[in-house]
Write a protein that binds this ligand. Structure first.
Ligand code: 26Q
Length: 754
């Protein structure tokens, strides 16, 4: 018996072969904890605190085993005892503590920080329920709570408590710590705060609950619905709980390491992940005041310590809180915010730069830009648009503050863990240096013309497609044929991401098939997406896609060629199955609207080709792989921005002027769709597309249809040429490792450990 088996036996209290799955899972969790603890290090110099309302970490067992370097050994020990690691993984609930890209980025960053041996912790909230679980009832989305806190949880309760005042009452924020161990690296922590008083029995039907009982509901859900007043206020309370506890933790830890507060910036770097943690700025100034530091000096200290990341260009997503909300929730911050506003107005008399505007709304992003030393966008195009249009006033005021940090993804989860076949093949071809130095993936280019390698890549893709088919059948009862071309669009449902363009394109293909113009290859189009509970049109698009899927399935003439699969409850676990099995990655947002995208990088790394617009990080993907290895279509961001400025876009003109567009849109409320579809819902979507189409789907329609057809032809006609394109994509994906992103943040903004 080797040491690992021995320790597992001790932890199980019986031989591994005799332990049941639950006991084994628990033992593995303890084993990981022990080994992670051994990798904690004393912090020297500056330490990062990445404050974020979301950490979409996904299941942790496999990842931790990989990062500790014991995955293969554990699997072997289990196998010898007749146990299956994959089955144990199924016992773990996924912590869905994030909505999408921003939360998943935070999780990738924690992995990279620990892998690069940088001292950097996450700080957030311990929501009892993450993003809702999605169900389809009559092909419409229904939301139910998604519990993840099990008996055995990775987050360990501590006896560290911080007092937080809100709405005239005091609350005690309790710290839970979740160890994050890097790949052959150190252990950092994800610090999550919670209240002991939170009461899960508050939940009513679905995900609704009493929004007024603060002590009982504060950390119950990730971002409760903000469509009503009580929900929006709750969000302010959540944010303040998070940042006040974070600020106290940071001051406490820094003081323990010798900080005298005047020199806080030498001990701590704080990254503000979008505007959700922005109140940390006035809160820190307030706390420093309590330590005897004057306002002006406190402002300077906080500016030197904090940096801000912007993740969106959409004006409606930029947080602006009515002054009255803040006065009610955090009256202690208002005098500070008012002084910051006065300072800002001294520095710049342009109303566009004000913190408090004429309508008495507090602009969180403006406070961030004035009172942090760095503002970054998340892809080259995004940063450029921020500087040239959305935040141009600020760029003129503080040109030195603006910088770009193109997003990245952790290769440990999005390659090594989710695609072991490809990982092994890469190791065989180029050695395993790429695991810690992603730029080494370029060595793969050497095999560009090697038919045996190209064939092997396609075999791996086929096996992953088979695995996805098996998983789909087992978990969702859906049959898919793995020999078809798999196209996937998986991301939050939002009009700017344009799932509706994919919908219209599919209807067009339906008509083509009906007219005898058969596609070059049979295709299955997967969708994975959740819509915000109060986002009506997004839910309508889901319904339309599900109903269209029924129409195709019921028609043998069509289903031979085309299938739509809308995956239920898309989450990190589903993504890990879908991404390695994808041939064509749909990244079709309206140019200028997607800040970066990170799904696009995951698909590329796993050997899918991108069908996309020149938006977000797609632009950088296109530059890296070259025109012949990507399918780009549609208006440019400049054309789009010009069209918005001119305000002359008329969807109706496109609808009336193009018979193909009209035919596709009219199909939505035709007889076929109404067999299983809801007339009112489909009519509403149809009216939206004809009367508004705010994200300009129709001008890109024909280009999209043509480009997708081109991709299908290439796939069908020359598999070797297709495989070569895939190889180039994998080889060039190294740039999108979050290790690179984190190294860039550290070099330009944080200077950790110094
Ligand atoms: C704001 C106000 C009120 C309620 C909710 C919100 C809110 C919640 C979540 C605003 C934004 C978010 C999440 C944004 C997000 O995920 N953005 C994505 O960030 C990724 C990482 O940088 C990018 O790749 C994506 O392009 C961007 O859409």
């Amino acid at each position: 018996m080797n040491r690992l088996e021995q320790r597992l036996t001790e932890l199980c209290g019986c031989p591994v072969a005799q332990a049941d799955d639950q006991t084994l899972y628990r033992a593995l969790l303890m084993l990981v904890r022990e080994k992670s603890r051994d990798k904690c290090q004393v912090v020297h110099g500056r330490k990062l605190y990445y404050i974020s309302a979301e950490f979409l970490i996904g299941k942790l067992l496999s990842n931790n085993l990989i990062n500790l370097g014991i995955y293969d050994e554990v699997r072997a020990v289990l196998q010898n005892a007749g146990k299956d690691l994959a089955r144990l993984e199924e016992l773990e609930a996924e912590p869905s503590l994030g909505n999408g890209g921003l939360g998943r980025l935070a999780a990738c960053f924690l992995d990279s920080l620990a892998t690069l041996n940088l001292p950097g912790d996450g700080v957030g909230l311990r929501y009892h329920f993450g993003l809702f679980r999605q169900k389809f009832v009559n092909d419409r989305q229904k939301e139910t709570p998604d519990p993840w806190l099990q008996q055995e949880s990775w987050a360990e309760k501590t006896d560290i408590l911080f007092p937080v005042q809100m709405g005239g009452k005091e609350f005690a924020a309790r710290l839970y710590r979740l160890p994050v161990t890097g790949y052959e690296g150190r252990t950092n922590y994800l610090n999550l705060f919670d209240l002991d008083s939170v009461d899960e029995s508050l939940i009513n039907e679905g995900i609704s609950f009493d929004k007024t009982a603060l002590a009982q509901n504060l950390t119950l859900f990730l971002y409760p619905d903000d469509s009503d007043e009580a929900g929006r206020k709750l969000r302010v309370y959540q944010q303040y709980l998070m940042v006040s506890a974070a600020a106290q933790l940071i001051l406490c830890e820094s003081a323990e390491r010798g900080c005298c507060y005047h020199d806080l910036a030498d001990y701590a770097a704080i990254q503000i992940n979008d505007t959700h943690p922005s109140m940390v700025i006035p809160e820190l100034i307030r706390l420093l005041g309590e330590k005897g530091i004057g306002f002006d000096e406190a402002v300077q200290i906080v500016t030197d310590t904090c940096a801000y990341t912007n993740h969106t260009i959409l004006a409606e997503a930029l947080e602006k809180w009515p002054r009255a909300y803040l006065e009610e929730a955090v009256p202690q911050l208002m005098p500070i915010i008012e002084k910051l506003d006065a300072l800002a107005k001294e520095r710049c008399d342009d109303p566009a730069c004000a913190i408090i505007d004429e309508q008495d709304r507090v602009h969180m992003a403006h406070m961030d830009i004035h009172f942090t030393h760095s503002t970054n966008g998340v892809a080259a195009l995004h940063t450029q648009i921020l500087k040239s249009s959305e935040l141009a006033h600020f760029d003129r005021l503080y040109p030195e503050k603006f910088n770009n940090k193109t997003n990245g993804i952790t290769f440990r989860r999005w390659l090594m863990s989710c695609n072991p076949l490809l990982t092994d093949e890469l190791c065989r071809l180029i050695g395993d240096g790429f695991k810690k130095d992603a730029s080494q993936l370029k060595k793969l280019l050497f095999y560009k013309e090697d038919e045996a390698v190209l064939r092997r890549l396609m075999e791996i893709k086929d096996q992953n497609k088979q695995a996805l088919s098996v998983w789909m059948h087992k978990t969702q009862g859906v049959s898919v044929d793995p020999t078809r071309l798999f196209s996937i669009q998986s991301k939050r449902l939002h009009e700017y991401k344009r799932q509706q363009l994919n919908l219209l394109g599919l209807i067009h293909q339906y008509f083509e098939i009906k007219a005898g113009h058969l596609p070059p290859v049979p295709m299955t189009c997967f969708f994975g997406a959740k819509a915000a509970p109060a986002y009506t049109i997004a839910k309508d698009i889901i319904h339309a896609l599900r109903v269209l899927s029924n129409v195709f399935a019921a028609d043998p003439e069509v289903s031979r060629w085309l299938q739509i699969v809308f995956v239920e409850n898309y989450n990190v676990t589903a993504a890990e199955k879908m991404i390695p099995a994808c041939d064509l990655s749909e990244q079709i947002s309206l140019a200028s609207k997607e800040a970066s995208g990170t799904g696009n990088m995951k698909f590329m790394l796993n050997g899918a080709l991108t069908l996309g617009t020149m938006d977000g990080a797609n632009v950088e993907i296109a530059q890296l792989v070259g025109d012949e290895n990507i399918y780009i279509f549609g208006q440019s961001s400049q054309q789009v921005i010009r069209r918005y400025a001119a305000g002359d876009y008329s969807a109706r003109e496109w609808y009336e002027g193009d018979p193909n567009i009209r035919r596709a849109i009219d199909f939505l409320t035709g007889e076929q769709m109404l067999k299983t579809g809801d007339r009112e819902v489909l009519r509403r979507l149809q009216n939206e597309l004809i009367g508004k189409d705010w994200f300009q789907t129709l001008p890109d329609f024909n280009a999209y249809v043509l480009r997708r057809r081109q991709a299908m032809e290439d796939y069908a006609v020359s598999p070797m040429l297709w495989a070569k394109k895939c190889l180039v994509n994998i080889a060039q994906a190294g740039y999108f490792s979050s290790d690179r992103t984190i190294a860039d943040y550290d070099r330009d903004i944080w200077h950790l450990g110094q």
